[in-house]
Design a protein around this ligand. Structure first.
Ligand SMILES: [Zn+2]
Length: 309
């Protein structure tokens, strides 16, 4: 395992500060100051970013790194398998399995026979091909939309993931502003993808301009995937992988958090809303991977959705 390396932006900044000090020039505040300063390649699929503290030895520790590597590898495997299943139905015209129908009903609210969504003209399982069907927004059209998104996810997860540590307990800067950790105010955020582009005031490092980003090239415009290496170490590998898939849909597919699978409002959302919902893709993916319907619950205690049975 490598020891990691200093972030290129940190190296550049350090070099500039060094030269300015050498020639006696003033050192301006760093307008792009970020929290992390180290990167480390942990596997062919995973690079992490984190802050290295002289005072904190061995952070992130071997257990945290191993958990992240295992979860990233599983996330890639999960989505690859799901992508194959959708391709089988749409390209090889295999029949939808009972589980596929159950998953589409539970996580996308595509319930066989029901045409409740304004976008849908018909909803027949394994409908034979017809000329009309090619232009009509039918069940196959919805499956094709999901397949394309799963394919994009599979590509990104299988070619490599960069995860930045949230490190809530130690970080001293958040969104460009000074940050002091308050244990009473720890909301236990496990992961997120920033949905904004921020400009920082060069003197105070405070955010001066927030702009919501939502367009089709979101992968380049959105922030990186942030995860709590410390909190997620305790998750099952399947749950950790599900979190990575969820965040990857934000980054690469521009999804929103319309509703989480454990929310009361989850069952009442429309098909169109679910097609833009991060948790729908994440839970559908782990369900199809495990071969059984998985659904989030508010339970804190270990529950069946943490593992394939
Ligand atoms: Zn989310």
């Amino acid at each position: 395992m490598t020891a990691g390396f200093t972030k290129p932006t940190t190296l550049l900044r350090n070099a500039e500060v060094g030269v300015r000090k050498l020639v006696g020039a003033p050192v301006p505040a760093d307008p792009r100051r970020g929290f992390t300063d180290h990167m480390e390649v942990l596997s062919s699929q995973l690079m992490i970013g984190y802050k290295k503290y002289p005072a904190v030895q061995d952070y992130p520790n071997a257990g945290m790194k191993a958990a992240a590597v295992a979860a990233t590898a599983l996330a890639a495997r999960v989505v690859r398998k799901v992508n194959d299943e959708f391709a089988g139905i749409l390209m090889l015209r295999r029949k939808e399995s009972a589980l596929m129908q159950e998953v589409l009903a539970a996580h996308f609210h595509l319930r066989a026979g029901e045409v409740t969504d304004k976008n849908l003209k018909s909803n027949v399982v394994d409908k034979p091909l017809s000329l009309k069907g090619i232009v009509e927004k039918d069940r196959r059209w919805v499956l094709e939309k999901i397949r394309q998104k799963m394919l994009s996810l599979s590509f990104h997860l299988n070619t490599g993931v960069y995860l930045i540590d949230i490190d809530a307990k130690r970080r001293d800067i958040q969104a460009g502003a000074a940050h002091v950790y308050d244990p009473d105010d720890d909301d236990g955020t496990e992961a997120y993808v920033a949905n904004t582009k921020t400009k920082y005031d060069a003197q105070t490092w405070r955010a001066t301009n927030w702009k919501k980003v939502s367009n089709s090239i979101s992968g380049f415009r959105k922030g990186e995937i942030h995860v709590s290496l410390e909190d997620l170490e305790t998750y099952s590998t399947l749950s950790y992988a599900r979190v990575i898939i969820h965040e990857a849909t934000h980054k690469y597919l521009c999804t929103d958090d319309v509703a989480y699978a454990h929310d009361d409002t989850y069952p009442s959302k429309s098909l169109s809303q679910m097609l833009n919902n991060a948790d729908s893709y994440a839970w559908a993916a782990v369900s199809l991977y495990c071969g059984e319907l998985k659904m989030g619950t508010p339970a804190d205690e270990p529950t069946d959705w943490e593992q394939c049975s």
